[in-house]
Design a protein around this ligand. Structure first.
Ligand SMILES: *Cc1c(COP(=O)(O)O)cnc(C)c1O
Length: 368
């Protein structure tokens, strides 16, 4: 009998969420973002779940090569581009699109003979202040790139800092779009601006924001970048992390649970011990009260999460026993809700799924 913990990946939900992204931005082609092992879901599952996407986008060059080896023939985009000149030959060889975000990358291209033409995405820094050329430098970078033999299409690209919060007090999407339009004035080429946040707000931003390509990530995995819920956007969970109760303890008033004795019972308390801990990717800092489902009933974490186990309050589930099913997140318990309780975001939880967790595929409604 293997340990009862496993993650079920719902490929049908991945397809559904991709269709939702298309529905939100019907005029744009879609890069499905599969960086970080498809947000913890497995690169190969990303390829199959998003087979209908117009392209796959990621960060890691070796995984981009793997996508080709797995048979992906549509476009592939490197979201941070190449990291050193030695990687440039991979671009024509595997037909990768590359982001170009700094002058050093342009210089490396100038000194490299491209064996066949490549498409690139010139990134503008419109306020995110991570990667990209300032709006004032953008046209010059574009001209310099244009002059390099073998550069075919140049897509104009930027990235939003606060697409989940339309009225952000410091930097709004509208302001970033305004800066983008100034920097890109008069330049030909397709436009690529929106991440999940931008895609989900497309209806509100219709007057200002248009994309030829969008780059949704987290929404394809049933997470949202902001305050509204997956349900609000009709997104479905794509990963259910489920385990079982492996032990039960009856406490009396004054008894404590686990390391640091962080939970102390005020009265008789039934504690379920669940096979899932921080070495599985469950956040150790999740506090008392973080939601958990036992036999489909909502209850909460008590005490400190340890390496291989955590403890939950069985009061709402009087019939719970050793073997009762526990859902940590996913089907019936949105990952964003667990993340919020733990002071983080759904992205981090899905990406942190640990290698020792068994992963399989299946539809919702059948926890492992
Ligand atoms: C990760 C990433 C995305 C996807 O972001 P989400 O918030 O997950 O939708 C889009 N564009 C770039 C450049 C990225 O690095």
């Amino acid at each position: 009998m293997p340990r009862p913990l496993s993650a079920t990946i719902h490929l049908d939900s991945m397809r559904h969420n991709l269709a939702r992204a298309r529905g939100c931005a019907p005029d744009a082609k879609v890069w499905a973002v599969v960086k970080a092992n498809a947000y913890g879901h497995g690169l190969e599952r990303g390829l199959r779940g998003f087979a209908d996407a117009d392209g796959l986008a990621l960060i890691e060059t070796e995984n981009a090569v793997r996508l080709r080896e797995l048979g992906w023939t549509k476009p592939i985009m490197l979201l941070e581009g190449f990291f050193e000149a030695a990687d440039i030959p991979l671009l024509p060889e595997y037909n990768f699109n590359s982001a170009i975000h700094c002058i050093e990358q342009i210089k490396m291209l100038e000194y490299t003979r491209l064996t066949s033409p490549i498409d690139v995405h010139l990134k503008m820094n419109t306020g995110m202040n991570r990667l990209g050329f300032m709006p004032t430098e953008y046209a010059a970078a574009h001209a310099r790139l244009r002059a390099i033999p073998g550069i075919r299409n140049i897509t104009l690209m930027t990235h939003f800092a606060n697409a989940d919060e339309l009225e952000h007090p410091l930097l709004t999407v509208r302001e970033q779009v305004r800066r983008f339009q100034i920097g890109a004035e008069g330049l030909a080429g397709e436009r690529s601006l929106s991440n999940s946040g931008g895609v989900l707000q497309q209806a509100e931003l219709a007057a200002e924001l248009s994309n030829d390509w969008v780059r949704p990530g987290v929404m394809l995995y049933g997470g949202t970048p902001g305050v509204r819920t997956a349900d609000d956007y009709k997104l479905r969970p794509t990963m259910t992390l489920a385990s079982a109760v492996i032990g039960i303890q009856q406490l009396v008033a004054g008894d404590t649970v686990g390391y640091g004795s962080r939970f102390q019972a005020a009265g008789p308390t039934t504690v379920g011990v669940v096979a899932c801990g921080y070495a599985d990717g469950y956040p150790r800092h999740a506090p008392h009260g973080t939601p958990v489902l036992v036999d489909g009933v909502r209850t909460s974490l008590i005490g400190r999460v340890s390496m291989d186990m955590m403890t939950v309050d069985l009061a709402p589930i009087p019939n719970a026993r050793v073997g009762s099913t526990v859902v940590l997140w996913g089907d019936g318990l949105p990952i964003d809700e667990v993340a919020t309780a733990a002071g983080t975001i759904g992205y981090e939880l899905m990406c942190a799924l640990a290698p020792r967790v068994r992963v399989h595929e299946g539809p919702m409604g059948q926890p492992a």
